[in-house]
Design a protein around this ligand. Structure first.
Ligand SMILES: CC(=O)N[C@H]1[C@@H](OP(=O)(O)OP(=O)(O)OC[C@H]2O[C@@H](n3ccc(=O)[nH]c3=O)[C@H](O)[C@@H]2O)O[C@H](CO)[C@@H](O)[C@@H]1O[C@H](C)C(=O)N[C@@H](C)C(=O)N[C@H](CCC(=O)O)C(=O)O
Ligand SMILES: Nc1ncnc2c1ncn2[C@@H]1O[C@H](COP(=O)(O)OP(=O)(O)OP(=O)(O)O)[C@@H](O)[C@H]1O
Ligand SMILES: N[C@H](CCC[C@H](N)C(=O)O)C(=O)O
Ligand SMILES: [Mg+2]
Length: 493
């Protein structure tokens, strides 16, 4: 890929003492610095990048971008050097905008969706709608880059440089439409600053990630940045009014003078979910677009999916496609891997679903979504991730206790924590649950417990293909384990 801008000033950066060197690249990781590059020494969660300015200079960095703190930390090193020094109040935002200019192009129609739950689903549905309408489209998020081209991704929202590089490659490869997930970490760390958004969507805000944000108010503020800062003045906000904090988000957008397209069950919504009727494999939904009825069938289980589809349709409409055309594509939508996915069925008819619920609200939502489809008991296998929000663990246990009939508490991704301590925190709210640390064994035992009419929900890991124990990743796939368990118990291969 050819860079279009090569000088600091071309990237909107002003160095001290009028220095304006030509650059060979940008990085925020000292280990990736090569001769002629700009090294962004950023304040992080574990350390400050300024600790690595010495290494960056040794490796030939031509420019350093940092904040006042970084400048103070590296004052001695930077005192008499030819290196161009840029000090920015918000160096992450400056780097993101510089990266956008460095890589140049982005798909013409860019939309982003935020919220605690539903981002991957909405971004994927939006891409599916666009593809059905003939656009060259991708979605970017937790499940990687999917659609007209695909690639893996390690983050839900890639860091700014990776993101801008990928957007430019997509645009140069002919992609015209991209729907991306805006995680709260991504918004807080300015990973999306520099993305030229037409539309932004909001699903809901409930508890997660308090390990990072500290308070719900700070978590909300991070999400709100998408509407209060990143969406341009002529952008459109698409808001699910039924999602927790939906009306707050709509108000913030309106207060900024943005156009807001609302979705929800209430009569005032632009795209109203007027009625839903669940059946064995999906649901009939009656949507009203500005009062006009569209009857449709979704091959998706769960009332929450009708909401996610409404947000996705809202994004596509706000981004410029005709409402009738958008709504006509909905019967063709297919579920996202690991989201309420029917993984296996026992010979006695009992179904096993795999779902990515890893927050208290998602556990409740997923279990409630299953209820109309289940005559017998709902059994759940779940746990909570290590090195993540600890306070959500008992709340997940409580949601499972309230909405499932039989509980198996097992390990999710323990990461560097003691798995038994995580299970104990979950079980504080559901002491009667069965505790089976080994996830494969928990799945086997839960599948074994299924009677005719029952259903099993394996929650928390969805599409994930590995289990993180310590810092190692072991192959593990809930869908595969469900099939293996059913085959072992029912004697089929
Ligand atoms: C908490 C968090 O989000 N951390 C991310 C962040 O790290 P950081 O900037 O805080 O890093 P740090 O270790 O404090 O280092 C500070 C700076 O020094 C630099 N450094 C560090 C060491 C060195 O030798 N040289 C060097 O230059 C680092 O590159 C960094 O710029 O920036 C890094 C580079 O982009 C990310 O890899 C890292 O993601 C970590 C691994 C992570 O697990 N993030 C998760 C929580 C995350 O972002 N999740 C969300 C999804 C959440 C959801 O489900 O909603 C996501 O979008 O994926
Ligand atoms: N609109 C919704 N409201 C409540 N829960 C939902 C909603 N949509 C999805 N969920 C639940 O959240 C889980 C994760 O869905 P999805 O992957 O779409 O969310 P996400 O926001 O992308 O999650 P992540 O933060 O991990 O990226 C689903 O498996 C389901 O249990
Ligand atoms: N993006 C989410 C994924 C959580 C998935 C769950 N399996 C876990 O490991 O906690 C997070 O970083 O919180
Ligand atoms: Mg996601």
């Amino acid at each position: 890929m050819t860079a279009r801008a090569t000088r600091l000033s071309d990237l909107g950066l002003t160095a001290r003492a009028g220095r304006d060197p030509a650059l060979s690249g940008l990085t925020a990781d000292s280990r990736a610095v090569r001769a002629g590059m700009l090294f962004a020494a950023l304040p992080g969660t574990a350390t400050h990048g300024a600790h690595f300015i010495g290494t960056a200079l040794e490796q030939g960095a031509t420019a350093i971008l940092t904040d006042a703190e970084g400048l103070r930390m590296a004052a001695d090193l930077l005192a008499d050097t030819d290196t161009a020094i840029v000090v920015a109040e918000d160096p992450r935002a400056a780097l993101a905008c510089a990266a956008a200019l460095w890589f140049g192009s982005q798909p013409e129609t860019m939309v982003a969706v935020t919220g605690t739950n539903g981002k991957t689903s909405v971004a994927t549905f939006t891409r599916q709608i666009w593809s059905a309408l003939g656009h060259a489209a991708i979605n970017i998020g937790t499940t990687g880059i999917e659609g007209a081209w695909s690639a893996p991704s390690s983050h839900t929202t890639p860091d700014a440089i990776t993101l801008q590089k990928l957007l430019a490659a997509a645009a140069e490869g002919g992609i015209t439409h991209a729907a991306m997930e805006a995680s709260s970490h991504g918004l807080d760390q300015r990973r999306l600053d520099g993305v030229r958004l037409k539309v932004a969507g909001f699903t809901n805000l409930t508890q997660d990630h308090l390990d990072y944000h500290g308070t719900m108010a700070a978590y909300l503020a991070a999400k709100a940045r998408l509407f209060t800062r990143l969406l341009p003045e002529d952008g459109i906000a698409v808001v699910n009014l039924d999602g927790a904090k939906g009306s707050d988000m709509a108000e913030l957008a309106l207060a900024r003078g943005l156009r807001v397209l609302t979705v929800g069950k209430g009569q005032g919504a632009d795209l109203q979910i007027a009625a839903t009727r669940p059946d064995a494999t999906g649901q009939e939904v009656r949507y009203l677009w500005q009062g006009r009825a569209f009857q449709t069938r979704l091959a998706l289980i769960g009332a929450f999916q009708a909401e996610n589809v409404a947000v996705a349709a809202g994004l596509a409409i706000a981004a410029g496609d005709a409402p009738e055309a958008v709504l006509a594509t909905l019967p063709r939508l297919t579920g996202v891997r690991g989201r309420m996915q029917l993984a296996a069925t026992r010979r006695n008819g009992a179904a096993v679903y795999v779902d990515y619920a890893h927050t208290p609200d998602a556990v409740e939502t997923a279990l409630r979504a299953l209820r109309p489809h289940v005559m017998g008991r709902i059994i759940i296998v779940f746990g909570a991730g290590g090195d993540r929000d600890r306070s959500k663990r008992p709340l997940m246990g409580e949601a499972a206790r309230k909405h499932a009939d039989v509980l198996y508490v097992t390990d999710d991704n323990p990461r560097t924590e003691d798995p038994a301590a995580i299970r104990a925190a979950v079980m504080a709210a559901c002491p009667e649950a069965n505790e089976v640390g080994d996830r494969a064994e928990a799945i086997l035992r839960a599948v074994d417990a299924l009677l005719p009419g029952d259903a099993l929900l394996i929650a928390g890991k969805g599409h994930e293909s590995g289990q993180i124990i310590g810092t190692d990743v072991y192959p593990f796939d809930d869908v595969e384990q469900a099939s293996v368990a059913v085959a072992a118990l029912d004697g089929v291969i």
